[in-house]
Design a protein around this ligand. Structure first.
Ligand code: CTP
Length: 475
């Protein structure tokens, strides 16, 4: 079942990225900054209130204020479930994370360069927690030495921290400190932008400081069904025109592409990225013919396998769904397919398996002719044509290739690759054969005979082995 991503009354995603085009809305005057919206004031509208209060108490014991910040506050206002728990403290973030891990049962990893950390919660049978982890940050301001480089950070107040963020809708906080619990902090009028369904940057240098925000802008606008406010759209387009994405490391761009691949609305997001020439600016990349229809086929395959269940940001099916085959989620397959048409270099920080799978997909034109054309093939012929290919590449090709090949690939994935024989090297030795290349050949012959149904039982396997061994010995 596919749920709508757009909150009630929001523009349809197609308003934003239909045919890849992004619409914009003019900026309107802001709402009342700092006022507490009713939905947020009500103690009962806060999911996990108990947990949030506990986090506030832990921070307070350390003498610091604490806040729920960013995405979870935005999602709370929209009435959407949020998969994340992002908590900021004004001081002592390292101690706070360690104490949270101790009290709730988990492990805390801290990155002192960015003053951030993650508490990885251990699962307990009584887990009512919304997420398996809590992201902890110290409220901080950022300075960008040059466009597109990671910032240097220094501690700041909560308002200073909200001011370093990407969009107004992500720059709101909810205080967790006992005594002020539930106070809504909204210095940039993010609530008005949430209400009016638009994405707006905080300042004119936002995309220059951090061009990954171009990807993020498209992702949030499409996911939430929001428009991009006119000035923001102009700034984004100007950053693309100046080729600022080219200053980003491949690692940071690939991270964004991975996130996009995990979104329910991956297709309109990719269309918008293409329409806005973002990867053209980064890598001079334009999509080859058939790329979008390939993406569509992969999404359709994921849906038909029942792995795409919803379209909630809090329940990103492409990211969280069960794996289609051991080891692969639909989002990973989409990412590998994307890699197969990108100008991948040695500098791309991708796993060896991803690189190999992408290469195999790129080389699919070289799939055997018979496999591509003949509707009827012996199972052993299919097996020989496909064995050794990465499983993820085969999953992708099963969705992309035209019929005879697609059917053969599915047969291989579902049946043929699971077929095995019971004869081993020890049996070959016992039959008087000396170890060497002949072993592989004989074992293959046995397997192919089994695949083609020429032999069906262990006894028949051994009979064939002995016939083959006798023939060898007579040579
Ligand atoms: N942020 C930012 N600039 C970036 C990345 C992140 O300002 N380039 C800020 C935003 O305020 C964002 C917060 O850091 O809300 C957390 O980042 P992330 O987890 O990526 O964003 P979420 O809003 O939580 O997005 P999602 O709903 O996709 O988890």
């Amino acid at each position: 079942m596919t749920k709508s991503v757009a909150p009630a009354g929001a523009g349809r995603p197609s308003d934003l990225a239909g045919r890849g085009g992004l619409k914009s809305k003019g900026q309107t005057s802001g709402g009342k900054a700092g006022t507490v919206p009713k939905a947020v004031q009500s103690p009962f509208s806060l999911p996990n209130r108990e947990l949030l209060e506990r986090l506030g108490q832990i921070a307070s014991r350390l003498g610091t204020r604490s806040f729920l910040v960013g995405g979870p506050v935005r999602d709370l206002l929209l009435g959407l479930p949020s998969p994340d728990l992002d908590v900021a403290v004004e001081d002592r973030s390292r101690e706070f994370g360690a104490d949270v891990a101790k009290e709730l049962g988990g492990r805390f990893v801290y990155h002192s360069r960015f003053l951030t950390g993650t508490v990885q919660l251990l699962s307990t049978p009584d887990s009512r927690l919304p997420s398996s982890h809590i992201d902890v940050t110290q409220t901080r301001a950022e300075t960008y030495e040059r466009p597109a480089v990671l910032p240097t950070v220094r501690p700041a107040s909560i308002v200073g921290d909200l001011g370093r963020r990407d969009f107004t809708i992500n720059s709101m906080a909810l205080e967790l400190t006992p005594g002020s619990f539930g106070a809504f902090i909204d210095p940039f009028d993010g609530r008005a932008d949430v209400t009016q369904h638009r994405v707006r940057v905080l300042h004119a240098r936002s995309f220059i400081d951090d061009p990954t925000r171009i990807f993020r802008c498209i992702r949030f606008a499409t996911r939430l069904g929001f428009a991009i406010e006119q000035q923001t759209l102009d700034l984004m387009r100007s950053a693309v025109e100046q080729r600022l994405p080219a200053f980003l490391t491949p690692e940071r761009i690939l991270y964004e592409l991975r996130l996009i691949c995990a979104e329910p609305l991956v297709l309109p997001m990719v269309e918008a990225l293409i329409h806005e020439h973002v990867l053209k600016a980064a890598w001079r990349w334009t999509p080859p013919r058939g790329f979008l229809s390939g993406m569509k086929k992969l999404v359709r395959q994921a849906k038909s396998l029942g792995t795409v269940q919803g379209a909630d940001p809090g329940d990103s099916p492409l990211r969280d769904s069960p794996r289609t085959v051991p080891g692969f989620r639909p989002a990973e397959l989409l990412f590998i397919y994307w890699l197969s048409v990108l100008p991948v270099t040695d500098r791309f920080p991708i796993r060896k398996e991803e690189r190999e799978a992408a290469e195999a997909v790129a080389a699919a034109a070289r799939l055997e002719d018979g496999l591509k054309r003949k509707p009827k093939l012996k199972p052993s012929a299919i097996y020989q044509a496909l064995r050794g290919m990465p499983e993820s590449a085969l999953m992708i090709l099963a969705a992309l290739e035209p019929r005879p090949a697609a059917r053969h690939i599915k047969t291989f994935l579902d049946e043929l690759r699971h077929v095995s024989i019971s004869v081993t090297g020890a049996d070959l030795r016992a039959a008087g054969l000396k170890p060497g290349p002949a072993y592989r050949e004989i074992l293959d012959k046995l397997l192919f005979a089994r695949l083609d149904g020429k032999i069906r039982t262990v006894t028949e396997e051994h009979e064939l082995l002995h016939r083959l061994a006798a023939r060898r010995k007579n040579i």
